[in-house]
Structure formats: C-alpha cells, structure tokens
Design a binder for this molecule. Structure first.
Ligand code: ZN
Length: 309
C-alpha cells in the first residue's frame, strides 16, 4: 500500500448538506427472510443501517458489522434466533464507521472480508471516529469499545464463497459512494446488498464523481441479475434504482460539462444546476431533508473533479 489515502473532511461539504443521522440508540433490527437462507436485518430507525446475513449448510456470512459493539451484538442475537451455525464470514460494504465499527465484536474465528480500497482506509480509525461523531449526535458513548480490526481476506475484483448449498459473491465495480464500495450478491436469490451505492433515490458521489458513479453502476447492471436490492440506508427496493441513478448522474455530468465549457464558476454552476423535481421527495419522507444537500455535494464534487481533469 502506498501512502495514506485522502480521508474526508467536513470542509469538503457544501453548507446545505445535512449530516446523516446514524445514531443507533433504540434501534431494533427486524429479520426479514428474502429467500431460503437469505435474510435482511432491517433497522427500525429510518436511515440507520440495514445489514443482513446468509445461512448455508457450513455456516453464516454477515453483511456489515454496523456502527457499534452493541449493534454488532444485536446482529448476532438475531442470527442466533435463526441458526446456531458458526459465523464464518463478515463482509464490509465500505470503510465508514457505520459499516465497520462493529467488526471487533464478532468472533475471532470469523473471517473478515474487505475490498482493497476499504482495507486501505479502515486503519485510520481515529480520523473516521472524529469524522462520524456528528452523525451520532456527537455522543462518543456510541463508539465505546469499538476498535480497528484488520481484514483476513482482501479482494480486488470479486470473490466467490461457498457456504454449502448456497453461494455468495462479493463484487467491486469501481468507486461510487466510497472507493471500495462492495456489493454482496446471492445469485440463487438474485439479491444484492449494495451498502451506500443506492439510497432509494439518487446516490451520493462522496469520493467519486458523476461519470465514475455511472461507470460503476453500468458495470454492476451488466454483470449481475438483481431483483432485490438491500441498501444500507433506505428501505429494500427493486433494480429500477440503478437506471434512476444512471439518468440522474448522466444529466448531472452533462450539465457540469456544459458549465465548464461556458466557463462558469462553481457558485454559478451550483445555482444553475438545481435538483430536478423528478428526484425531490415529498416533505413527509424522512429522507427529503437530505436530498438537496446531497445534490449540491454531487454537483460540487463533479465540477471540481472534471475541472482538475
Ligand atoms: Zn453507510
């Protein structure tokens, strides 16, 4: 690994960006069987992480460790209500606290799987701790007992895991929300956990840009046949969300490229590239407060990225 990767800082965010609400206090995970042996664990608090697990003859694979030791324990309690088989594998969808801080609360024998780009960032635990504190209402107690756990398997493109009677795959199609966004796919159930890649509406190109996001989504659509999508921060949805993202980021890329050709400043571009009404959520939707700021971030990130070339 060569050098420290660039970590996010709140100064990278536009003023109208609303910080994620990831505080798990009071969160109850509900087990939803999607297919035989395939389970989503859905959060009772909107926006707080959904996770999941797959049970085969040999044992269990878990998708994401959640944000705290307490939540990681709750995941294991839910699993024990279904099976007493060993937890063989744990996959992290990305390097953010809400996906990895629970890693340390899984058994030592559980094999932790991360993409290379995720593995490059998880060692910077203290930075991530500080960055994510506002997302848990600045309550450091939430992160108590959490520590960095090194992966046992680091993959680049994809990985196939035989749980006995059921196969699970992990895939990396390129950067979208984070550089190491990992899709955990159960081909037999046409089900995919996509972490932060989809949000039910349009995504956030937190560490990529509009053209990169589109390329990643396009590769995913080409390679996987998906009926059911389990996003980390939105209700379960169908595969139509991928096309929605292609359209959204396609329009955004076109608008930003035109702005650069016209020589508009960043401020002017942001003002002249409002969120299309088609993507606005009704005010009653708890996610609606996040959409405007997310769009501003996407415009700004894409503008800066394409300007640098
Ligand atoms: Zn997340």
């Amino acid at each position: 690994m060569s050098g420290k990767p660039k970590m996010l800082s709140w100064s990278d965010f536009p003023p109208d960006f609303v910080v994620w609400k990831l505080n798990p206090t009071g969160c109850k995970l509900t087990t939803k069987e999607l297919a035989p042996g395939v389970y989503a664990l859905l959060s009772s608090i909107p926006g707080v992480d959904n996770v999941g697990f797959v049970v085969g003859k040999k044992g269990v694979l878990v998708i994401d460790a959640h944000i705290s030791v307490a939540m990681a324990r709750q995941i294991q309690e839910r699993i024990r209500e279904v099976t007493d088989k060993p937890i063989l594998y744990l996959v992290n969808s990305n390097y953010h606290a809400d996906h990895v801080f629970g890693n340390c609360a899984f058994p030592r024998e559980t094999v932790l799987i991360q993409h290379r780009e995720t593995a490059a960032r998880t060692p910077y635990f203290k930075e991530e701790w500080e960055f994510m504190l506002p997302a848990v209402a600045n309550d450091p107690k939430i992160f108590e007992g959490a520590s960095c756990r090194a992966p046992d398997i680091v993959f680049d493109g994809h990985l196939s895991i035989d749980l006995g009677s059921i196969a699970v795959e992990t895939h990396w199609f390129g950067p979208a929300n984070t550089p190491g966004d990992t899709v955990t796919y159960v081909p037999g159930a046409r089900t995919a956990w996509v972490g932060n890649m989809t949000t039910g509406t349009f995504g956030l190109c937190l560490e990529s840009d509009a053209p990169a996001y589109m390329a990643t989504i396009a590769r995913l659509m080409e390679r996987l046949v998906i009926d059911t999508v389990v996003p980390a921060h939105a209700p379960i949805h169908g595969p139509g969300v991928f096309g929605d993202n292609l359209r959204y980021f396609g329009n955004l890329a076109t608008q930003v490229k035109r702005a650069l050709q016209e020589g508009w400043s960043l401020e002017e571009t942001m003002k002249r590239t409002p969120l299309d009404d088609a993507y606005r959520l009704p005010d009653a939707d708890p996610r609606s407060v996040f959409t405007n700021g997310r769009h501003s971030y996407n415009v700004r990130r894409t503008y800066n990225s394409l300007k640098e070339g």
